[in-house]
Design a protein around this ligand. Sequence first.
Ligand SMILES: *Cc1c(COP(=O)(O)O)cnc(C)c1O
Length: 443
Amino acid sequence: MAERPASRVTSEALFERASQVIPGGVNSPVRSFRSVGGHPYFVARGEGAYVWDADDNRLLDFVQSYGASILGHAHPAVVRAVARAAERGTTFGAPTEAEVDLAEAIRARVPGCEMIRLVSSGTEATMSAIRVARGFTGRDRIVKFDGCYHGHSDGLLAGGGSGVATLGLPDSAGVPAGAVADTVVAPYNVVPELDERVACVIVEPVAANMGLVPPAEGFLEGVRAACDAVGALLIFDEVITGFRLGEGGAGAHTGVVPDLWCFGKVIGGGLPVGAFGGRADVLGVLAPLGPVYQAGTLSGNPLATAAGLAVLDQLHPDAYADLSVRVTEFGARFAQVLNDALVAGSVTDVEGRNLTARVPVVGPLFGLFFVPEGEPDVVDYPGASASAATGLYARMFRAMLDRGVALAPGPYEIAFPSMAHGEEEMTMALEVASAAADEVLAG
Ligand SMILES: *Cc1c(COP(=O)(O)O)cnc(C)c1O
């Protein structure tokens, strides 16, 4: 069993200090714990599957920087690669060999991704891929799916209204209506109707920012065909799924090949990185070859490329397969433990319907939803929202954190077990889940 954190006084004091100088005390809103209650733990260090907070409590970490740390924290190969790179200089503003190595490593693993440009975040990758698609097609309109997250650029911060495709509304204050005027928001898992105004469709091939929602059978194939029919480009936002679902990412996992890919998280080995790539003729529109401008002072940064290469070097098909087996077994038992507790506690939603737990697993990723008995699994954003509204994720989150297991602090997030999450860790997580469920669901 994991140990119960004895004290959080240092984290509390740090959060108090942070809140005086950083809006909300955090540099990315989900870290604030607003949607689960309480205050965040501050991390002092991490190793493998674990982090230690500022009060030296050990936490079994399923956040892993939202998937950026697929090998677990402070993997020796990554630490060594970054240290060696730092000794040679951290940024030059001139090309380096490691950039070529990383682009080649990506191309070698992702069939169809012929040319790659490196950037410094997933947000930059999606924003730039869309600019490329617009430049290539000469069209303005883009289609995204409700509940998919593609970073925080203006044009992609658009929310949907109803269950049909609609022109997007700004999903954040500060985003002008004009910035999303060419963004259509469509329901996930429904093939949208396109016309010849559409430059591109951008999709998370496995949605992982509204909980974990796998693509319905035929969905990605249908989107591919719809794009082809009108000459629109298909963009896979693989910032989470890239090098996570397997070496070839979601493209290889699902058999559907997009025109453009966006990567981030895993390929930076925990350093700020992103990449977008695709067909050579499409990437040919980028400056300096073509008219589409895109640039970055720290793009292809030596530390980031060193870390990314070190990570890709450690990832082999067997490692993915082993982790996926552990996570699949865990997922089934996790659902069982939660469902037993929900029955014992006769837990219902506001309409009095019995709630059940659903633990979707795709490759080594797992999610957690609470759905009324007899209802199908969550397939879209309204379903994910209904699950979040039960409040049960937040309660499980807190009860597990109190017992030393850190899930992501929000009901729309998913869990990112790393290669360092072995049998021992998954067993510990299950024991903790069981005790937590007994307290907050059965009790
Ligand atoms: C995290 C994420 C992004 C944004 O990446 P940042 O590095 O946070 O800018 C884009 N798309 C998806 C699918 C993501 O999960």
